[in-house]
Design a binder for this molecule. Structure first.
Ligand code: ATP
Length: 285
């Protein structure tokens, strides 16, 4: 469990990025910090591995304040994935992934073997092991970033807009992969994004932030959509402008077409046999 206990961060130039923020992140779940640019998401994330020190308050991992842990040792015990992968350009994929185990004293051979297993886990073809990061697509680089973060089997994974720079199709693939991995690995994940769909797809718990790291609402995806705390959350989630008000209308040949409030088709529903679905009503879903 990770706890933020009344943390505030004022940077040297006087900017207060986060003010009196408290949150409990349950173990083995994914908590998404969701908010627009500049609301303090990265600042909060980096407090966990001491890349940012709070001005007041504290962050605890399993009851122990992180400020009592040497920063380098702490950082090596926590996986960190960032938007632009942060891979070392002059090192091959396999060596990038093996970085933390090597720093922690694992032999080169064993670390590389672990790296190859992780490549398989994140669906990277084995022949990519010898390439350099610049010889990979953006999506592949992010997979390497995830594999590298998992290399020393950390309990905690911090993910800062990890899929923000890849195209929408690849982004959805990476999100599904992370969901599958999480079922298997059950890490404690804090995931930062400003993308609402991504938050709804990945979060067990979502924290909607206003500027200054102020919490607008904490809830499951369902709670946020069904019971937005106020007009800000409702607007932020796109509930007021009809973007998420969907209706199903019968489709020629069976099944249903899902349309939004403007009548724009956004998807299909098919029954188990590919025809009539059991659940939705034509009045809306
Ligand atoms: N080192 C710094 N010195 C001064 N101000 C900073 C520093 N780092 C961040 N800030 C400011 O703190 C506020 C929060 O920044 P932060 O990066 O935590 O937000 P964010 O929600 O992650 O934004 P984004 O989604 O754009 O990455 C912003 O106003 C930012 O300009």
């Amino acid at each position: 469990m990770i706890e933020f206990d009344h943390v505030t961060k004022t940077y040297a130039d006087g900017t207060t990025a986060v003010r009196d923020f408290s949150l409990t992140v349950p173990s083995h779940t994914t908590t998404v910090l969701l908010g627009s640019s500049g609301c303090g998401k990265t600042t909060l994330l980096r407090m966990v591995n001491r890349m940012v020190e709070p001005t007041s308050g504290e962050v605890r991992i399993d009851g122990e304040t992180v400020s009592s842990r040497p920063p380098v040792q702490l950082r090596r015990s926590i996986g960190y994935v960032m938007q632009h992968s942060g891979l070392m350009p002059h090192r091959r994929v396999v060596d990038n992934i093996a970085t933390v185990p090597r720093l922690n004293g694992v032999s080169r051979g064993a670390a590389q073997e672990r790296a190859r297993d992780l490549m398989e886990l994140v669906d990277l073809a084995p022949e990519l092991a010898r390439r350099y990061p610049a010889q990979l697509s953006g999506g592949q680089q992010q997979r390497v970033g995830v594999a590298r973060a998992l290399a020393d089997d950390p309990n905690i994974l911090l993910m800062d807009e990890p899929f923000g720079a890849v195209d929408p199709l690849v982004r959805v693939e990476l999100q599904s992969q992370l969901r599958r991995l999480q079922v298997q690995l059950r890490k404690t994940i804090i995931f930062v994004t400003h993308d609402i769909d991504e938050a709804l797809a990945l979060g067990d718990q979502i924290v909607v932030l206003r500027s200054g790291g102020e919490v607008a609402q904490i809830g499951t995806p369902r709670e946020l959509v069904e019971e937005p705390a106020d007009a800000f959350v409702s607007r932020f989630l796109g509930l007021q402008d009809g973007r998420r008000r969907l209706h199903a209308s019968p489709r020629v040949g069976g099944g249903w077409t899902v349309v939004d409030d403007t009548g724009r088709p956004v998807g299909l529903i098919e029954g188990e046999d590919g025809t009539e679905p059991a659940a939705p009503s034509p009045e809306g879903c």
